[in-house]
Design a binder for this molecule. Sequence first.
Ligand code: 13P
Length: 257
Amino acid sequence: MRKKIVAGNWKMNLDLAGSQNLASEICSLVAKNPLSGLKSAPSVVLFPPSVFINGVSTIVNDTPGVSVGAQNIHQNEKGAFTGEVSAQMVASCGATYTLIGHSERRSYFGEDDKLIAEKIAAAFKSNLVPMYCCGEVLAERQDNKHFDIVKHQVETALFWMEKSQFEKVVIAYEPVWAIGTGVTASPRQAQEMHSWIRQLVATRYGIETANKTTILYGGSCNGQNAVEIFAQPDVDGGLIGGASLKAEEFFTIISSF
Ligand code: 13P
């Protein structure tokens, strides 16, 4: 069975107290869930701002099935990169995952496919699970180029890996036009892209690996639409932005399988 994950990307929100409160509310809801501890229960990953990773990881440590990740890492291990944070640093604060290639990093910070591949390699060196984000912008979908765009993103960022390494990666399909807009992809649109990504993986690494690959959907996913999206056969959970900042709603999403 594929691993199911519901992840919360808190982006640049909250402060230390707010992050810790949200983490403890989420943990107590997860701990009370009758499904918690079962193999079929989704794993929960929280992505606070880096400065709060340590504070949040001390809270989630006691709750099985809840982990913490970084929203971004630098591609180098250490050195004169003022203001940056390395994979090893976030790992030493308790992170076990890292987002890589989020569309906000691509568009506001100019991250390209080559840099993204370097960041993925850096994540592996520190034993972080890379959660690789891909997805087309609106104009690309309107021009019917979305399958080609996602194919290129997935191939350049991921397909240089050995199979054993690739099997550790989580993919998140986040159509950029759906992020923070309130316009979510329809369940059919999500399914067809997830199935396309799985076919690409099968072509490169074989069907067995493809069937084991966790592919999450992100983009205006919320407590109302998660059930229908998660019911799609190739959708293995979600990467949630705005709706992950409210513990009850995030828990509704966690419970939507
Ligand atoms: P929203 O859920 O706010 O659309 O954000 C999605 C996202 O970017 C998660 O990484």
